[in-house]
Design a protein around this ligand. Sequence first.
Ligand code: ATP
Length: 247
Amino acid sequence: MVSVAVKNLSYEVNGVHILNDISFTHSSGLLMIIGPNGAGKTTLLRALAGLVKFRGSVELDGVRPEEYRRYISYVPAQPSLDLMARGLDVALAMNYRPPDGLWRERFLEVLGRFGLGGLANRPVISMSSGEQRLLLLAAALSRDPRLLILDEPTAFLDVTNRTKVIELLQELAGDGVSVVVATHDIEYTAVADNVAVLKSGRLVSFGPPREALSEELLSDVYGISIRRVDRNTPSYMPELLLKRFSK
Ligand SMILES: Nc1ncnc2c1ncn2[C@@H]1O[C@H](COP(=O)(O)OP(=O)(O)OP(=O)(O)O)[C@@H](O)[C@H]1O
């Protein structure tokens, strides 16, 4: 298990504070980062992956992200893909320095879980948006990462594939991979080991979902009324979707 330790992380561009004095420690499992558009989620993921220069420190198992890159798989929300590349080429590009020779088997195995083995030999341009997301997930896992960083991994996915992805991430977390995900799917936070809530570049809450989340906090962060789905589950939805049936 890779522990992710963030201390006093700040990042600014031209005097604008994008991340502000963020500190937390995620010791193991699945961490979900939530927050409104522009809250700083992607920037935080990039800092964890060692892709931006920031103030403060990030330590992955005690070392800086730059020194840990070999063990990290990072999938951005909107990667620029070569449209003529085949699925297998996308995975190969992620494995330019493969840790072992098994990347192809792992790649095909993940695609197979989604019934998408055929993507390996098809050009990206022929794939739907959801298929491209799943291709990237399979490519990221083919590296056998110790730390998996995913920006919006469930975007474009139908409810079946969204659920399968979450199950896969839980499975990986159970197998000792640390998984960090930025997402707008607040209802899925119930399955996270830790949730980080960002608002305007600040960490306003961190911890297991039962402790870190509340109706008050989420309503304040998102600026609309957000309600807990039921008393036993730390899963949340806009009140608009619940109140119609609550009378
Ligand atoms: N180089 C830059 N110059 C100016 N502003 C920037 C720069 N990089 C990021 N920002 C701003 O920082 C804020 C945080 O961006 P970021 O992409 O991290 O947000 P996010 O939480 O991932 O948003 P979304 O949910 O919309 O993807 C945004 O307001 C963005 O416009």
